[in-house]
Design a protein around this ligand. Sequence first.
Ligand SMILES: [Zn+2]
Length: 592
Amino acid sequence: MLGRLRHVRLWDRQLPIWYDAEYRLPLTAFGKRTGLEPRRADLVAWYLLEWRWIARDNLRTPARVRYQDLARVHGEEYLESLTQRETLAQIFGVDPWDVPVDELMRTVRLGCGGTLAAAREALRRHGAAVNLMGGFHHAGPAHGSGLCAVNDIAVAVRALREDGFDGQVAILDLDAHPPDGTAACLRADPRVWIGSLSGSSSGSIAGVDETVLPPRAGDESYLLALDALVLRMPRPDFAVVLAGGDVLDGDHLGHLGLSLDGARQRDLRVARVLLGIPSVWLPGGGYHNDAWKVLTGTLIALLRHSRRPIRPGSDPMAARYMRLAKHLSGEGIVRRVAEIDLSDVEADLGLKPGPKTLLLGAYTSESVEFALYRFGLLAFLERRGYGQFRVEFGTATTGGERVAVFGRAEGIEHLLIDGVIERTTVGGEEMLYVHWLSLRDPRARFSERRPKLPGQEMPGLGLAREVTELLVMLAARLGLAGLAYNPAWFHTAYVARGGFRFLDPAAQGRFEALERDLGHLSLALVSQALAEGRVLMNGEPFEWKAELMVYRAAGAPDDRGAVEAERDRVAFTLAGEAGGGREGDPPAPRGV
Ligand SMILES: [Zn+2]
């Protein structure tokens, strides 16, 4: 083996990668329910670019797959049903109102087009190609399920056949779920072999060499089973690898229990076996905070054949935003008042009355709208059906400055983002204090799938992370030490728990204990119970208080001792809790 490989390069810096910003599904209720990170493709592309694993010309832009290509696999009646929001809502496990049909189908068709283009390119270059979306292996000829509307794998194989390719195909499905749809779509093709290594079976699937591992099998037994499966694989002329992101220990829907290093070893072994063979690599599912790291690892395995771990604590979105921010100031677009506008000073001098025109004395409404555009927030809102955006500033009665972002839909102007911010001193440091921040989707509705959280007037936009990142950047640009706010509810503290910490170490300790003791319950249930005084601390009723939470640019102070002392001192229970059920948590949709 080694003799044969001696002269073969194990790295592939020209690896073509299909990616589009519109790979993000235009659904808002989605991430929370399934543990799926809708920004996975973005995070992977940004990580690889920011940490220089790839250059911009590795990235290829997909075209939407043609209906003609889809029709080789799927029946026309089924394809027509995909123009109905009810069909799509069922496949993606969301409510029908949450489905912008055209935009959702655009994402689905872009993903499928990416797989098809990658397949053709893999054959052309006799090597690997990657699509950062795809592996929709549950879609059958006349039905879709588990987030799979069309079967991109089968569509690509059938298109290659149409192109005249008649070689042996191997589909190595390493997603945690078995490829029922793919098998059904390609049943008639005798030169297609399908091998699957999963942690759950929906009964044995005809035409699939299927290995079902016991729950939480772990790295060692997984890799042994993988070696055995690969030995049974006929030598392919073209291969598809579903390098599933749902293999990690702790995944919401997959139960294989792999470590990140185990997943990397999986990819390294398969990459070595397929060296010099045209192969398309797809991400499949992934319902874990670290699922994006699995896909990033797949790319690193293919690019450099490296086992080097993902940089600990790396945050591709923050890195990306910071770089964009530098570009913006370099382009001179987001400038300080001194350079562009004196109206504020004139108003102060009583020369000219008028509405507040600058935010924090520094930003015009145009510059805020431009930043929302440049960081991709307006594009997402457009896909949700809003347009003709308008940014308005004002003064809040509670103190602080108000920023409101409006957008029009069906002839009506809606308030989408509403925030009140102020420069102020917190814990001896000057910070940007957020009095109030509301991200609203006025056309959305609460439902069983999407319960109303305490304090919520209407469902959110799914942009909390982006807006927080923008505020962190804003604080940095104003030379402030960080960002601060008082979470009025448990869930508003919970969404910020990554970068924010309670200023008071005892409050931080209690918060961590709440996560530890009630983390098995749904977020909505815990937040509601806290708001209603139904949570007990050491047996006594516990009242949630809106204590100060801060994000510091310089990092958190070393108060772990005090945090841990309080965390270990307290224990939380739900009043009248009968045991660890997940009541109030509606069934999650099946994943990819
Ligand atoms: Zn899966």
